[in-house]
Design a protein around this ligand. Structure first.
Ligand SMILES: [Zn+2]
Length: 73
């Protein structure tokens, strides 16, 4: 099994690492919906526009899964 999970992650199954492509599926550990972001297990921030900010400072472009329905109008 993957042995490089964050030692602070106590979830089962363990959350993806923040540098994994599936980082966005990590558990939310602190939600701030009024500010439009959530802190995910692993230290990444997830924004309500589906973008993100990784703990190493890299930003993740929003993937906006609903864009194709919105822009169809
Ligand atoms: Zn976790």
């Amino acid at each position: 099994m993957e042995q490089s999970q964050s030692p602070t992650c106590l979830h089962s199954p363990p959350c993806p690492r923040a540098d994994d492509s599936s980082w966005g599926s990590a558990k939310v550990v602190a939600a701030h919906p009024e500010q439009g972001w959530s802190l995910l297990c692993g230290g990444a921030l997830a924004f309500e526009d589906t973008g993100g900010l990784l703990p190493d400072g890299r930003s993740v472009a929003p993937y906006r899964p609903t864009d194709w329905t919105r822009t169809a109008a």
